[in-house]
Design a binder for this molecule. Structure first.
Ligand SMILES: Cc1ncc(COP(=O)(O)O)c(C=O)c1O
Length: 469
């Protein structure tokens, strides 16, 4: 026969001193009152039952009942028969200045680039993988384990990346990270510890990467991007020790690194004994022609290939991977270990299962068709609504760049669009300086239905027309 515990246990941090100047009841009251007033005990917070707290503190239940009753009378607690005691929703809390920025209003038309359709996340298949992962994991699997990550995932990724991207990957040379951003941090810190000082970055490029390079104590060196991709010919004069590059689909310009530039980049890597970080963030999405293979396959001893689940599944998954030159992998693993002792091994196993069972390929095939169709709809609507503008970049990824005829002001368009709650980015967002370029809007299409895309373009064209007046 088991003794049925009627109330669910709730822990509470209260310290009492016996033999002090105040009674035990007063000490409990004081601490709870202060906790509520200062906001430490937030509105609605569950508290232990009187019986539970009395047991936790080793005092008689009567003392706790009296303290709770007093605090309820003062308006601090909600104590009702049959309900769990809680901090009263109306309890007065001392005002504290808040430094959090408020989330802005949800856009009516959300053209923000680089985001997959979150409503298409394969919840059921992921849940099945998660369930299988957890049920198959041994107790030992729940420890820290190898700092490079779970072997099953490194195995699955080595096969997948070889098959889909032409990456030369040995599971031993893979390090699992919490997304590309952490991978970049880990690589940069590792290179810095080995003596690197200057890191070449694409311009235009993600401005956060400039900050990340600087925070690592390294010097960012911007290298221009043109219609053939990164100006690899400029690397020789840059004095950089490494370069971060998006060869398959330059982010944000949308161009592909040309064959000549690839050769130039590889030549520089060898001559300079330098390292490239290949950010292959959205290579799975190609709509017209077959994707160009990863650069890494041409120089696996000089290139750290970096991938992420943020575009293929969802950013909230927070999983990424580095395929490193063998000579660098131990240092990367050590840096990853120092950074966070590893990424959730439960999620890693879920992704391994998801890939192994073909769910990843199935999801991508489905999404590629959806995104291709959305992209076609967006491009057709733009061509109709904004004649004289040009679509730049290849048919790939999750956004299109539209270059407006000269004379348009990005600032004026943004003002008009914001008033209509249309969200997008511009190419200038990806530059530290503002070169004299025609206004270029980056429009993401992945998160919008085709009818919303049409309506959004009509609204955007109206905003552009007003801005031009
Ligand atoms: C160029 C580029 N690379 C990689 C990523 C993915 O980063 P993470 O894996 O940290 O989500 C993004 C995200 O937007 C990106 O824009």
């Amino acid at each position: 026969v088991s003794l049925k515990e009627t109330s669910q246990p709730v822990e509470l941090f209260v310290r009492i001193e016996r033999g002090g100047g105040t009674t035990l009841g007063a000490q409990i009251e004081d601490q709870l009152r202060t906790g509520v007033r200062t906001g430490v005990l937030r509105h609605g917070t569950q508290l232990p039952s009187t019986r539970d707290l009395a047991r936790q503190l080793g005092v008689s239940r009567r003392i706790v009942v009296e303290a709770y009753t007093q605090l309820a009378a003062e308006g601090y607690l909600d104590v009702r028969q049959g309900a769990r005691p809680r901090v009263a929703a109306t309890a007065l809390v001392e005002a504290r200045p808040s430094f959090h920025s408020r989330p802005s209003e949800r856009p009516r038309y959300d053209f923000q680039p680089s985001r997959p359709d979150l409503s298409a996340f394969p919840r059921h298949a992921w849940l099945r993988s998660l369930r299988r992962a957890l049920s198959e994991m041994t107790d030992e699997d729940l420890g820290y384990g190898d700092p490079r990550g779970v072997e099953a995932l490194r195995d699955a990724l080595a096969s997948y990346l070889g098959r889909v991207r032409g990456v030369v990957a040995d599971p031993d040379d893979i390090v699992i990270t919490a997304g590309f951003t952490q991978g970049l941090n880990v690589v940069l810190r590792t290179l810095a510890s080995r003596g690197a000082t200057r890191i070449a970055l694409e311009a235009p490029g993600n401005r956060e990467y400039v900050t990340i390079v600087e925070r690592t104590g390294l010097g960012p060196v911007p290298i221009e991007v043109d219609t053939l991709g990164l100006r690899a010919d400029l690397l020789a004069g840059s004095d950089a020790d490494a370069v971060v590059v998006t060869p398959a689909h330059q982010h944000p310009a949308g161009v592909v690194l040309s064959r000549e530039r690839r050769a130039e980049l590889l030549g520089w890597l060898r001559e300079r004994d330098a390292v490239a970080v290949e950010d292959d963030y959205d290579a799975e999405y190609r709509y017209e022609r077959s994707p160009v293979g990863a650069l890494q396959g041409l120089a696996p001893d000089r290139i750290v290939y970096a991938g992420s689940a943020s575009k293929t599944l969802a950013p909230g998954v927070r999983l990424g991977w580095l395929v490193a030159p063998t000579w660098l992998v131990d240092d990367l693993a050590q840096e990853k270990h120092l950074s966070d002792r590893g990424t959730s091994r439960i999620e890693q196993r879920a992704l391994a299962d998801f890939i192994e069972r073909g769910e990843h390929d199935r999801h991508l095939r489905r999404m590629r068709a959806v995104y291709r169709s959305r992209r076609n709809t967006l491009v057709a609507a733009l061509e109709e609504a904004l004649p004289g503008s040009a679509i730049h970049g290849v048919a790939a990824g999750l956004h299109v760049n539209i270059v407006l005829p000269s004379g348009h002001s990005e600032q004026a368009i943004r003002r008009e669009a914001t008033a209509r709650r249309i969200a997008f980015e511009t190419l200038a967002d990806y530059r530290a300086d503002a070169p004299d370029e025609p206004a270029t809007l980056m429009l993401g299409y992945a998160q919008m239905s085709e009818s919303a895309l049409r309506a959004g373009v009509a609204e955007l064209a109206a905003a552009i027309a007003v801005a031009a007046e």
